[in-house]
Design a protein around this ligand. Structure first.
Ligand code: ADP
Length: 257
């Protein structure tokens, strides 16, 4: 008989960062926002959720972040390093870019030196170098979103939640920020859960697109996006891309009742 090598304790971090099983959300006023939602997000995935307004997408993110508790089902998130970016940049108007970006590290209790370093790194990552002392009112919409992104990046998130962050931006700025977000995704290696109303944005950013029905929101269809990362911006103009956008849009219309 051969001796078996002692098994080593596994130190590998979990690959499933978010695991929702049969999640439902019913509010006290009787509104059912979500029902029978099964959704996982693995390391290395960027999952985008599209669905009609009011179907429960923001509720889904709030449950993922721990701000809200699901009424029924199991909603597991296996990391505490969660970034959260909202549609509104939610910057403090009296604070400079640097001071806004430092905010979460400050709340976390990091030393002044540590938060300065984290903020400087994050500002560099989002391409806001040179604007450190600017106030929010001096920034464009795109720059405000970059500041908001940088603020969450200081947490070094493993799971990054995005609630339609680029919805209010013009097309060109949105495309540019999509490219920069993809670059961050490949370099920083967080997993993403992203909400948008734009099907082409969903297909461009994601490794997987999840289509939700009208309220109560449930998942009607899931699409794996076959285009490799890092993504070539020009795929947006290919037939394959247009076909997938068409299929997702079709599923969205079918599920909208
Ligand atoms: P979406 O992000 O898809 O537009 P939401 O998750 O914001 O949808 O909301 C889903 C539904 O749940 C909406 O009808 C909304 O009015 C309702 N809702 C959201 N939060 C609450 C709450 N705290 N109390 C009661 N109803 C809510």
């Amino acid at each position: 008989m051969t001796a078996t090598a002692p098994t080593r304790p596994t130190t590998a971090p979990p690959t499933t960062l978010l695991d929702f099983r049969d999640v439902a959300m019913q509010f006290d006023n009787g509104v059912t926002a979500l029902e029978h939602v099964d959704l996982t997000v693995q390391r290395g995935e960027f999952v985008t959720v599209v669905g009609p307004s009011g179907c429960g997408k923001s509720t889904l993110l709030r449950i993922a972040s721990g701000l809200e508790t699901a009424s029924t089902g199991s909603a597991q998130v296996s990391t505490s390093r969660i970034g959260y970016v909202f549609q509104d940049a939610t910057l403090l108007p009296w604070r400079s870019v640097t001071k806004n970006v430092e905010l979460l590290a400050e709340l976390h209790g990091d030393s002044k030196e540590e938060r300065r370093r984290k903020a400087a790194d994050a500002i560099e990552l989002v391409g806001l170098g040179g604007f450190e002392s600017s106030l929010p009112k001096q920034l464009s919409g795109g720059m405000k979103m970059r500041t908001s992104l940088a603020r969450s990046l200081t947490l070094d998130p493993e799971l990054f939640l995005f609630d339609e962050p680029f919805g209010a931006l013009d097309e060109i700025t949105r495309e540019r920020l999509n490219d920069e977000l993809l670059k961050l995704f490949t370099e920083q290696q967080f997993a993403g859960l992203f909400i948008t109303h734009s099907v082409s944005e969903a297909v461009y950013l994601s490794t997987r697109v999840v289509v939700m029905s009208g309220r109560p929101g449930h998942i009607v269809q899931t699409f794996d996006v076959p285009f490799p990362m890092p993504r070539d911006p020009d795929i947006r103009y290919t037939t394959e891309f247009a076909e997938l956008v068409g299929e997702v849009s079709h599923a969205l219309r079918e599920g909208h009742h």
